[in-house]
Design a protein around this ligand. Structure first.
Ligand SMILES: C[S@@+](CC[C@H](N)C(=O)[O-])C[C@H]1O[C@@H](n2cnc3c(N)ncnc32)[C@H](O)[C@@H]1O
Length: 759
C-alpha cells in the first residue's frame, strides 16, 4: 500500500473520529427553533442490538420498555462532607418514610432507597425521575433538600451506574490517580472522596488526582464545582488523553528534584488510571432521549480507534502493579469488548483482565461478550475478510473478536493497514479467545438504571517495548498536540525554550477576570521565579483568558499570613505550597487569590516546570486566601482573608484570629450576618471578638463546657465559619445560601439530640 493511500485512509478515519466525537459531545441546541421532540425509538438501534444478542430474545421487550422510561434520579452523600452522617440519617429516617405515601400512589414500592451495592448507604436511588421530583408539590421539601445540599457540596447528583467504576479501582489514600477523560467530573469527585476518606482533619492525603479532559469548556464547568470539595489534592489538565505527557526527566533533574520525583522514577506514572472514554453514549438513552434520533452504528465504529489509543496511553502511564478501569456508557461491543480485546492483544502478557466477580455482589451485571459482529453502511460482517476494500476506512480489524492484529501489535504496522489475504476459516463467525467474560455490562432493565460497560485491568509488567515506543512517538510530537488543541480551545502557549521541545499553556479563567497584558507581563517578571521561564502568549498575540500558574514566593505576603493567623511552618508549611495565576494578579502587581497545593500536587507541579511544562494545567489546588481590602484595615492587618473552602484545611493549624462561640451566638450570627460586639448573647464572647485583630477571623462552634477552656482541639465534626472583624462588629463571610444550609443542619442536629434525650 502506497503512502498516499494510507494517508488518505488516515485522514478519512480521523475525520470520522472527529465527527463521532462531535456527535457525542455536541450539546443539542436548546433554542425553540431547533427543538425536536424525542422519538423514543430507532429501528436501526433495535436491529443492531438484536443482532449483537446483548440480551436474550425473551428479555427484549422488557429491555426496550425500560429504555423508554425516564431514568430515576440518583444521588450520593459526599463521604468527606462534615454532615455526611446527618444527611444519611435524614434520608434513612425522615425522607425514606415521609415520601413513602407518594411512592405507593405512583405504583412504586419504595420512594427512595440506598443502592444496595454502594458502601455505607451513601448512594441513593429515587423512584422518581428528576422531572417528577421538580414538578410534584409533595416532593418539594425533598427537592429543596437535594438542591440545597448539592449546591453547598454535601451531595452530588450522579447516575447510579456512573458511580460504579471508582468502586472497582481499589483506590488508597496515597495513590496517584489519573482520570484521563474526567469532565464533567462526577467520578473525579468520587476518587477525591476516597483518597480523603481516611485522612485526619487538616492532614492532607499523600495521594492526588490528575483530572484530565481535552475539552477545556467542559473542564471549566467541572473546575467551578471543585471548590466545594475543599481539596488541595487535585490538578486539572487539558491534554489530549492519547498524548498525555510522560514528564520524562531523562536524568536532567537535580538530586533534590529527583528525590521529589522518587515515586514516579523518571516518568510521571500513576498507581491508578480511570479511562472513562468518550463514547456513543447509548447507555444514557433514558437520560438523553435525543440519542434515539441520532443513533447509528457508525458512531461506535468511529470512536473505536480513539478509545483504543486512549486506553493504551492509560496503560503506559500506569505503574507496574497498578490498576486501570476502562469504561463507557455505551452498550456497543465495538466500543466495549472489541477495545478491551485489542488492548489485551497489544499488551501481550503485560496486562491482565481482572476477575472481579466476587466484588460488589449486589450489583447486577452481565459477563462481557465473546462473540459480536461489525456493522456499517454496507451491512453486517462476521470477520474482517468480509469487509469490502471500499469499507475498510471505517471498519478495522481490531473491531472483530479475533482482531487479527499480530502485525499491528509489533508496532511495525498501524491499525488502518489492510490485510489482503486471509485464510478461509476467517469468514466463520469469530469467537474471541480472551477472557472477556470478566468484563461487566450493566443493562438498564437489570436494576432500573442506564447502561454501562466496565473492564478492570492489571498491569503485570512493563508493556512490550514496541508499544511503549509507539506511545513515546505520539508523545511528543508537540506541535501536533498544540495544533489539535487549538482546534477546540483558546490556548496560551508558552514560548519554547532552547532545547525544550514545545511546551504548552496553563490556566483557564473566566473572561471577566481578564487583566491587562502589560500588567501580567510585569507581574510575570516579579512572580515567576521558577528558573526565570517567562510565559509568552503566542496564539493571536492575546492571553485569551488563559493564564499560567506561578508559585508564590513573595516573602512579605507569606510572612504576613503566617504571623496574622499564627501558622507554624513545621506543622503547615506555606512556602512552596502556595500558587497563584497571572489572572489573579492585579495590574499593580498585587496578588488577588492564593491557592494551596498538597505535597503530591506540589511535586507534580515542580516536575512539570522542570521538564518544560508539557502538562496543560487549567486548575490546581484549593483557593485558600483572597485579597480583601477594607478601609478599616490597619498596618498590622493581613489583607488576605481565608476562603470558606480553604477554612477546613487550615483551621487545625491556626493559633490566632479564632473566636469560640456557643450555639446561641453562633446561630445568631448566621441569622443576622453581622452582630455588634455589644449585642452578643454571651457578653464575654463579644469581648473576645473585640480583642481580635481587625480583619479576617474564624468563629468556631463549641459547647457550653468548652467555653473558657480555649484553645479547643479541632476535629472532623468541628463547625466553623469565616468572619470579618470590623471596628464595632463581626460579620460572616459566607453566602446566604451557606448560612441557610448551616442553620438547617444545626437545627436538625438539635432536634435529634432532644429526641435522643427523650428516649
Ligand atoms: C464519558 S465522558 C467522561 C465522563 C466523566 N468521566 C465523568 O464521570 O463525569 C468523556 C469525556 O472525554 C473527553 N474527551 C474526548 N476526547 C478526549 C481525548 N482525546 N482526550 C481526553 N479527553 C477526551 C470528553 O470531553 C468528555 O468529557
Amino acid at each position: 500500500m502506497g503512502r498516499r493511500g494510507r494517508r488518505h485512509r488516515g485522514t478519512s478515519n480521523r475525520n470520522q473520529i472527529e465527527k463521532s466525537r462531535e456527535d457525542v459531545q455536541k450539546p443539542l441546541k436548546s433554542d425553540a427553533s431547533n427543538f425536536q421532540k424525542p422519538i423514543w425509538s430507532n429501528l436501526d438501534f433495535e436491529d443492531y442490538y438484536k443482532e449483537q444478542r446483548i440480551v436474550k430474545a425473551q428479555e427484549w421487550d422488557l429491555f426496550m420498555e425500560i429504555l423508554r422510561k425516564p431514568l430515576p434520579a440518583a444521588f450520593r452523600v459526599n463521604s468527606n462532607g462534615q454532615f455526611c452522617d446527618d444527611l444519611r440519617l435524614k434520608l434513612e429516617n425522615d425522607f425514606m418514610k415521609s415520601l413513602q405515601a407518594e411512592a405507593v400512589e405512583s405504583g412504586e414500592l419504595e420512594a427512595i432507597k440506598p443502592l444496595p451495592w454502594y458502601p455505607n448507604n451513601l448512594a441513593w436511588h429515587s423512584n422518581f425521575s428528576r422531572k417528577e421530583i421538580r414538578k410534584n408539590q409533595t416532593l418539594e421539601r425533598f427537592h429543596e433538600f437535594l438542591k440545597l445540599e448539592t449546591e453547598v457540596g454535601n451531595m452530588t447528583r450522579q447516575e447510579s451506574v456512573s458511580m460504579v467504576p471508582p468502586l472497582f479501582l481499589d483506590v488508597h489514600p496515597d495513590h496517584f490517580i489519573l482520570d484521563m477523560c474526567a469532565a464533567p467530573g462526577s467520578k473525579t469527585f468520587q476518587l477525591l472522596e476516597i483518597i480523603h476518606e481516611s485522612s485526619e482533619p487538616g492532614s492532607l492525603p499523600k495521594g492526588m488526582v490528575v483530572a484530565n479532559d481535552v475539552d477545556y469548556k467542559r473542564s471549566n464547568l467541572f473546575i467551578h464545582q471543585t471548590k466545594r470539595t475543599c481539596t488541595t489534592n487535585l490538578m486539572v489538565t487539558n491534554n489530549e488523553g492519547q498524548h498525555f505527557p510522560n514528564c520524562n526527566t531523562k536524568g536532567t533533574l537535580s538530586k533534590e528534584a529527583s528525590e521529589i520525583n522518587h515515586h514516579t522514577s523518571n516518568h510521571l506514572l500513576f498507581d491508578r488510571v480511570l479511562c472513562d472514554v468518550p463514547c456513543s453514549g447509548d447507555g444514557t438513552l433514558r437520560k438523553a432521549p435525543d440519542i434515539w434520533r441520532r443513533w447509528n452504528s457508525g458512531s461506535g465504529n468511529g470512536l473505536h480507534s480513539l478509545q483504543v489509543v486512549l486506553a493504551m496511553r492509560g496503560l503506559s502511564l500506569l505503574k507496574v502493579g497498578g490498576r486501570m478501569i476502562y469504561s463507557t456508557c455505551s452498550m456497543n461491543p465495538i466500543e466495549d469488548e472489541a477495545v478491551v480485546a485489542e488492548i489485551l492483544r497489544r499488551c501481550g502478557c503485560s496486562v491482565e483482565l481482572v476477575d472481579v466477580s466476587d466484588r460488589l455482589p449486589e450489583l447486577i451485571r452481565r459477563p462481557g461478550l465473546k462473540k459480536w459482529k461489525v456493522h456499517d453502511r454496507g451491512g453486517w460482517y462476521r470477520s474482517y475478510k468480509e469487509v469490502p476494500k471500499s469499507q475498510r476506512d471505517g471498519v478495522l480489524k481490531s473491531m472483530f473478536p479475533s482482531g487479527k492484529s499480530d502485525k499491528d501489535s509489533t508496532g511495525g504496522g498501524n491499525i488502518y493497514e489492510e490485510i489482503t489475504s486471509l485464510s478461509s476459516d476467517e469468514s466463520a463467525e469469530e469467537v474471541c479467545d480472551l477472557p472477556l467474560e470478566r468484563c461487566m455490562r450493566i443493562l438498564p432493565h437489570d436494576q432500573n438504571t442506564g447502561g454501562f460497560f466496565i473492564a478492570v485491568l492489571h498491569k503485570v509488567s512493563p508493556l512490550p517495548e514496541f508499544q511503549e515506543k509507539i506511545n513515546q512517538r505520539r508523545n511528543f510530537s508537540t506541535r501536533k498536540t498544540i495544533n489539535s488543541y487549538e482546534a477546540v480551545s483558546d490556548t496560551v502557549v508558552t514560548k519554547p525554550e532552547e532545547g525544550v521541545e514545545g511546551v504548552v499553556l496553563e490556566v483557564a479563567v473566566s473572561e471577566k477576570e481578564n487583566t491587562s497584558e502589560e500588567g501580567i507581563v510585569e507581574l510575570a517578571k516579579k512572580l515567576d521565579d521558577m528558573g526565570g521561564k517567562r510565559e509568552v502568549p503566542l496564539i493571536q498575540g492575546k492571553w485569551k483568558g488563559l493564564y499560567p500558574v506561578v508559585f508564590l514566593r513573595d516573602e512579605t505576603v507569606i510572612k504576613g499570613i503566617k504571623s496574622f493567623y499564627g501558622i507554624k511552618d513545621e506543622l503547615f508549611p506555606l512556602y512552596g505550597h502556595l500558587v497563584t495565576r497571572n489572572s489573579d494578579i492585579s495590574s499593580h502587581g498585587n496578588v488577588k487569590r492564593i491557592y494551596y497545593v498538597s505535597k503530591a500536587v506540589k511535586d507534580i507541579l515542580e516536575l512539570n516546570f522542570a521538564v518544560g511544562k508539557p502538562l496543560k494545567i487549567s486548575s490546581v489546588g484549593l483557593q485558600m486566601f483572597e485579597k480583601q481590602s477594607s478601609k478599616e484595615c490597619e498596618a498590622n492587618c493581613c489583607s488576605f482573608r481565608i476562603t470558606s473552602e480553604g477554612l477546613p484545611v487550615i483551621l487545625p493549624y491556626m493559633t490566632k484570629q479564632i473566636l469560640y462561640a456557643t450555639m446561641a451566638d453562633f446561630k445568631n450570627l448566621l441569622q443576622h450576618k453581622s452582630i455588634k460586639f455589644l449585642d452578643f448573647i454571651h457578653p464575654q464572647i463579644g469581648e473576645k471578638a473585640e480583642e481580635l485583630a481587625l480583619g479576617s477571623c474564624v468563629m468556631v462552634l463549641v459547647d457550653d463546657t468548652q467555653l473558657g477552656s480555649e484553645p479547643v482541639k479541632v476535629n472532623s465534626s468541628t463547625i466553623a465559619i469565616g468572619c470579618w472583624k470590623g471596628k464595632a462588629s463581626l460579620t460572616v463571610m459566607v453566602t446566604t445560601l451557606a448560612c441557610h444550609q448551616l442553620i438547617q443542619r444545626l437545627s436538625d442536629r438539635r432536634s435529634k439530640e432532644l429526641e435522643n434525650a427523650e428516649n
